[in-house]
Design a binder for this molecule. Sequence first.
Ligand code: ADP
Ligand code: ZN
Ligand code: ZN
Length: 734
Amino acid sequence: MAMTPTKSPAPKFYNIALPVPLQGTFEYRHPTSLQIGLRVKVPFSGRELIGIVVSHCKQPSTAPQKIKSILSIIDSEPVLPQAIFDLCLWSAQYYLHPIGEVFAAALPGKIKQGAALHQTIRTLVLTSPELDSIAEETVKRSPKQRALLGALVERTALSRDELNQAEWSSAVIKALIDKGLARWQDKIEVNPGQPLHNPPNSAIQPTLEQQLAIDSVALQEHKTYLLYGVTGSGKTEVYLRLIDQVLRAGRQALILVPEIALTPQTLTRFEYRFGRPVVALHSNLPDQKRSEHWRRARSGQAPIIIGTRSAIFTPLARPGIIIVDEEHDSSYKQQDGFHYSARDLASVRGVAENIPVILGSATPSLESLHNVTTGKYTQLLLESRANGAARERYEVFPIPDNQKEALPDNRLFDAIAATLNRGEQVLVMRNRRGYAPVLFCSNCRWIAQCNACDARLTVHKQTAGLKCHHCGQQHPIPNRCPACQQSSLLPVGDGTQRLQETFQNRFPGYPVIRIDSDSTQQRAALTQMIDTIQQGQPSILLGTQLIAKGHHFPNVTLAIILEIDQGFLSADFRAIERTAQLILQTGGRSGRETLPGKVYLSSRLQALPELRALIKNDYLAFSKSLMAQRETYQLPPFTYQGLVRADARQPQQADQFLQQLLGQYQAPDTDCEVLGPTSPLMEQRAGWYRSQLLVSAKTRQSRHRALQQLRDYLTRHRQPAVRWSIDVDPVDLF
Ligand code: ADP
Ligand code: ZN
Ligand code: ZN
């Protein structure tokens, strides 16, 4: 019989996503059939990279013999569940961002580097299940080895922890391994998220409003809900009750919070309530922890996952609900690289997984309010404070024209003194960190400027330096004016550090706790400060907007907001929305328990109608008038925007580059216009000169077509001196 030569199967080609800043996927070959979604190792311009199999490639775009082979296959199952894999593909398309970088943003570092998908634990096991007489013989003379062998027979496997606990010496273990009786084995860890304790019966009885909101959410299907509840209306209780139902149905809950809110207190609060382990996912976690938590979410072992922006990509084995707390918060939008909005992606993900998505806020974004109007989102309303506390009341204190400082006048100082004397707390919000925003020469009017940015340097006292808040540069404070050589330099205006000094001098008997990004560099420091505040001792809490975010400080009865006028005067049409949110969020920290809350604003614009409208504490009415303006001027959410940004080291270079681009652009339809190029308000930042084109369209589709055309031109005509990026739905235009 003639031998038939074994035919080698025809090579198959695959499109692989790689973590490189280049559009599209890359073609590789592999002799056998591969599942979509596996991680593979491939050669790429002299390096080895780990990528993800995105699709079969039926018709390679290059000559087949030129296509390189995949070096190795890492996984035996797809790294992401279908819904998240699809979400990544969708994001790459919608945000016009390279798919490889999207996957890179979605996966924890260790997983990107090829770490195992499952949490494994190292255990010592017997090499053969039955011990024969020869085995008995080899350990006859060592009682310790005999005992360990006995333990292995009894327990089948012993983890490192168990071995350590029983105090088996490594010599004994090694002896058994050397004799061929035992070996190490990595086992997939199964940790079903054991209850930590019996959850307490909630002392809180939901109010009618809360109950109505809870009952309105259908857990079996997708809808996006906007939970619009005034500050202190008990949104958290609504989340907790919904999560409880989800857990009872054996499903998982994913909760997104703004960067700052992810304190240990938040985690403890959830753990206490449910008596189940809660895992955190944020970029400050050590790599090891992050991938461990990610694995627990993916395998279904973690019932509750709380995370910041990037946690929206967390795979869940049994997804049940997604909650986005403080949905208006700008930290949900990634500001560089892959410019995604975690809030918007939550809704997209909810559709794919057919689960409810709850967006919660006391000051919802105009986008979300608009989605309620058009019927895309369902609104849930909480109009009064849950514990019966009255809403806080606002009052404006004019700053005299001749006063430079935002410092409160005497009436404000009196109010602070009275509040402290009653044993209550005062919260002061000043959205400027540092000691003074300006260093000024009283002789020649010189002002300290950053040489890499179009920005002033801020005086910092503790570190005795001038700092640029945009590029991070630091300089010592000069003794004399560099321009006129006189000793006439003055710090002008007040930042949080200077106010801390002022309050300490004025109220020496009371602690002044300062919360800003300088004082909270250490996460532990922030946690400690929040703990102290919650204990309720009379004190002054001073800080930037960080202090306004979602905290529940029961003993604050007076909130003071110092000079936020700039937000009302900015050229950025979103500035006024953000300022309004900041005012009401800060004010909302006041009077959350039984004591009534007051809010005083110092402003030079007391006559401004917007400010007047806002202090009636009616965000809905305020947002309606803002919405009408947006409609008149055809701004988002009535139109769809996209930005093409370009940066270069030389002045005008980026601008000329975008001019060229615009010269090539052919409008795909009349629904879309491209404006610019223009320079952002801060033209130079960190040594780069910036320019941008704004795409504004009546529909998402026509915006997409326009941006796609621009992107394709940009990828084909790279200029080494210019870097560019695309931002879809930009929130920061200036
Ligand atoms: P929000 O997040 O809406 O600003 P919180 O969820 O922090 O408000 O709730 C504010 C306060 O009201 C908390 O002290 C909370 O314990 C309390 N609270 C919430 N729901 C109820 C309720 N149904 N009855 C009594 N107190 C409640
Ligand atoms: Zn001078
Ligand atoms: Zn700078």
